[in-house]
Design a protein around this ligand. Structure first.
Ligand SMILES: [Cu+2]
Length: 338
């Protein structure tokens, strides 16, 4: 049976592609990840990822297949992945101008290839909207550890990416996009083109000065037509997802927000004394997954994070209200630590 599977696999890939080993480095923001590997020696170095794409030269505006081949230190396929945040593997995609975001998973596509996954290859499909460089974050989890890797993809085409631009507003109109069902949204979103299907008002509270290496709390506040939104719902098993990237494009952090404690208990006490029973249990491991996500929450969501170096960072958010997926995105400046 196994050899049949590999023959099938090899055949499929023989007609596929020249292997491009893309620039590939251990992710910069590793502090929190290392904490996880307490059961065994640090396994983070043991995940290798090769990306094959089809077509090999990706064109802007044309759907491309991205095939990630995961192997361990011995070169064996990496197959013991666990579902975390409702998905087997998470791919975040950010354009180098920090204005384009995508968040996709193998499960988001009907063409999901389980046979290839048995051999350690996971596929997602993405239409890069414009030419230029993109940074991709890959996040997976096993029973022992979490792994985060990043790599780059260069996209060709006539339509070039707009230049990076500073925007330090703390209050914005943010567009919502209708989800594709089952917490899926597989398209690229431009945070500046205003092509969404609904409008929200988002404010953030952020310390006046942020220093590299220090824990920062950023609170998001969501409203619509002047009314606070109190029925935000979990998206992929978290109140909010974040992709944090600096203008240096030297790493990408996929992390998650929390519902502030006071708001959570208020809701449980006042509205539904049994709300606690409906909360999802947190997974056994975990930084980025700490706490529980109430079934409904808002208007506040909090991000706790540490920026590794001084610089300008874009903080892409993603969360859900009814069937709308919002991408509230804010830029912060991080100062050198004393
Ligand atoms: Cu994800």
């Amino acid at each position: 049976m196994l050899s049949r599977i590999s023959t099938f696999f090899i055949f499929r890939f023989a007609i596929a592609i020249v292997v491009t080993t893309l620039f590939f480095v251990d992710f910069g923001f590793t502090e929190q990840h290392e904490k996880h590997s307490t059961h065994k020696a640090d396994k983070t170095a043991d995940l290798n990822v090769k990306l094959h794409t089809e077509p090999q030269k990706i064109q802007a505006g044309v759907s491309a297949a991205l095939m990630f081949h995961l192997t361990d230190a011995k070169g064996e396929p990496f197959t013991d992945l666990m579902i975390h945040h409702d998905r087997i593997l998470h791919v975040l995609i950010v354009g180098e101008n920090l204005q384009i975001i995508g968040h996709i998973h193998p499960e988001d596509f009907e063409s999901r290839d389980m046979m290839a996954e048995l051999e350690g290859t996971y596929t997602v499909h993405f239409t890069f909207p414009v030419a230029g460089r993109y940074i991709l974050a890959l996040d997976v989890m096993t029973a022992d550890a979490e792994f985060a890797k990043y790599l780059y993809v260069d996209v060709e085409g006539d339509k070039k990416m707009a230049d990076i631009s500073d925007d330090f507003q703390r209050e914005k109109v943010v567009f919502g996009y209708t989800e594709e069902g089952g917490d899926r949204f597989t398209k690229a979103v431009s945070i500046i083109d205003g092509k969404g299907t609904s409008k929200y008002h988002v404010k953030i509270k952020v310390p006046e000065q942020i220093k590299a290496g220090e824990m920062v709390h950023i609170t998001y506040h969501f409203s619509r037509d002047g009314k606070p939104i109190t029925d935000l719902v979990p998206f992929l098993d978290a109140p909010m997802h974040f992709a944090i990237v600096s203008t240096r494009l030297d790493g990408i952090l996929h992390t998650h927000g929390t519902v502030p404690m006071n708001e959570r208990t208020d809701k449980m006490m006042k509205k539904d004394p049994h709300a606690g029973h409906k909360m999802k249990k947190p997974p056994a491991t975990g930084h980025q997954h700490q706490g529980t996500t109430p079934e409904k929450f808002g208007p506040a969501v909090m991000l706790m994070t540490t920026f590794p170096k001084a610089g300008v960072y874009q903080i892409f958010g993603q969360l859900k209200h009814t069937d709308q997926i919002l991408f509230p995105t804010f830029m912060v400046k991080v100062e050198e630590s004393d």
